[in-house]
Design a protein around this ligand. Structure first.
Ligand code: GLU
Length: 516
């Protein structure tokens, strides 16, 4: 039977969506679109104690920014509404009850103290990982050990209880993972996980399996940290009689720290100075605010391209893929098993490539916004000049804001000079040539104010003074921009205009002749 491909991204809104979560969402999206299927978002908010206000909206905003629009979600609706687990609470009960009735799960009345005691007892008996399992359950207070009438009495009197899965004692649980191949787990290593909590809420495991079934999910694509839960999920599919339509699993490799030593964390990101969240986020409790990839100037298409390569590769040397090219090329089979190091330099590279491909008009929109943020909108440059600045600066920029950061001198004349730089580059010989050049400008040269003519005049002046162009240029750059490096000096002067160039040269000569 050929089912329509249906995949889901199922985040828990317990904080800002992490960049690893974004990758999971991206892979789900790519696979769904490529297969002509559906991409769902289901909010897994059964753990009310970990609910964080704003976290759900954040997920939608981040995915929207990246162009990963879901076909079904709490926000977009769909045939399986509601898509928020807290609103589906009554649905789960029925399945937990069915498992109890069929002897595949049971009521457990143990208090926190009793559970603690059990753990202590087992630890004292040198049991490595004490758990509530096929052996220990027989010493605990549950519907397998208590007489039926006592169980009924406890239930009737409203005593708190949980429902636990009855894990088989000796059984091999096998599951085929698209990324990792066959995974075999012996049931004796698994515990009797709680399926239904005492507050009547399902745990992640039950809600996740029930919803994946009801929402007709065909492929579960999620992070490797969920692999240990997968055998339990497989068992639940078997117990509930849903094995024939059980989704296929694909557990994504870990995203590793830049040095490859363990899983990437927020702390690593802070330490290396890169964001861990797609968008800015303010921690509701502490009020701590951090910038995201968007605010730091990463382009959405660069970020999706970068994230796509964190665990997948196309098998060719092509690196640049738009979202629709990724949809065409992506396959679960080309996802690697081993973790991938997070390399922010690679993200910079992708950003540069996409920035360079933007039209000058697109970049101008960024530049205008940055100018207004910097309160520099009072400049006298016209649109043609601004577009030329974008053209000139984009080759050197990684982020849109670099155009202003690296080209601030277009809008503001230097008011002071870096003494270290001056000591290195501002020589008496250079000052003499620049003086002569400045005088030539004041006497009406060159005839036309354009890069070629400016260059000719400079060459002539350098030659007349028997100096070397290579020694003059760095000093001229300091005088005009205050910086040690930057774009082509002739085009730069043409853009600045003769008057500004003249003024800046006089100012620099006056300031720096004392130091030289
Ligand atoms: N709610 C889980 C999470 O927060 C979903 C795991 C899964 O996809 O099954 O990641």
């Amino acid at each position: 039977m050929n089912r329509e491909v249906r995949v889901r991204f199922a985040p828990s809104p317990t904080g800002a969506l992490h960049i690893g979560g974004v990758r999971t969402a991206l892979y789900n999206y790519l696979f769904a679109k490529q297969q002509g299927g559906k991409f769902l978002i289901r909010i897994e908010d059964t753990d009310q104690t970990r609910f964080v206000p704003g976290a759900e909206n954040y997920i939608f905003e981040a995915l929207e920014w990246l162009g990963l629009t879901p076909d079904e979600s709490p926000l977009h609706g769909g045939p399986h509404s509601p898509y928020r687990q807290s609103e589906r609470k009554p649905m789960y009960r029925e399945y937990a009850q069915r498992l109890v009735d069929e002897g595949k799960a049971y009521y457990a009345f143990d208090t926190a103290e009793e559970l603690d005691e059990m753990r202590k007892r087992l630890t004292a008996a040198k049991v490595k990982s004490p758990q509530y399992n096929a052996i220990t359950r027989m010493q605990m207070k549950n519907s397998l050990t208590l007489p039926a009438d006592e169980v009924q009495e406890r239930l009737d009197s409203g005593e708190p209880y949980v429902i636990r899965i009855k894990m088989p004692r000796k059984e091999e649980i096998r599951l085929h993972d698209i990324v990792r191949g066959w995974v075999m787990v012996h049931s004796s290593t698994l515990d009797d996980k709680v399926l239904m909590k005492s507050d009547g809420m399902p745990t992640y495991h039950l809600a996740n399996v029930v919803d994946d079934h009801l929402m007709q999910i065909t492929h579960v694509i999620r992070g490797e940290e969920w692999l240990p839960s997968a055998p339990l999920h497989v068992l639940l599919y078997q117990y509930l009689g849903w094995e024939a339509t059980m989704p296929q699993f694909a557990h994504l490799p870990l995203i590793l720290k830049p040095d490859g030593n363990g899983k990437l964390s927020k702390r690593d990101a802070d330490q290396h100075g890169f964001p861990i969240f797609p968008l800015a986020w303010t921690e509701p409790e502490s009020g701590t605010a951090v910038a995201g990839y968007r605010e730091e100037g990463y382009l959405p298409e660069a970020l999706t391209n970068f994230l796509a390569f964190l665990g997948w590769n196309p098998g060719t040397t092509q690196e640049l893929f738009t979202l629709s090219e990724l949809v065409e090329t992506f396959s679960l089979e080309r996802i690697g098993k081993s973790g991938t190091k997070f390399d922010i330099k690679k993200a910079h590279w992708f950003n540069q490539q996409y920035l360079r491909n933007k039209t000058n008009e697109e970049l101008l929109a960024y530049l205008r916004a940055d100018l207004s943020r910097a309160k520099l909108e009072g400049h006298t440059l016209n649109d043609t000049q601004l577009l030329q600045i974008c053209e000139l600066m984009k080759e050197r920029a990684t982020f849109p804001q670099d155009i202003l950061a690296e080209g601030r001198f277009f809008f503001e004349a230097p008011t002071s000079f870096d003494t270290g730089l001056v000591a290195k580059k501002w020589t008496a010989a250079a000052a003499e040539v620049i003086q002569a050049y400045s005088q030539a400008l004041n006497t009406g040269q060159p005839a036309t104010w354009e890069a070629e003519a400016i260059k000719q005049l400079l060459h002539d002046t350098v030659e007349a003074k028997q100096a070397k162009l290579g020694q003059i240029m760095p000093a001229l750059r300091i005088a005009l921009t205050g910086a040690g490096a930057g774009p082509d000096l002739m085009i730069l002067q043409e853009l600045l205009g003769k008057e500004a160039v003249s003024q800046r040269l006089s100012f620099a000569l006056q300031q720096l002749s004392v130091q030289a």
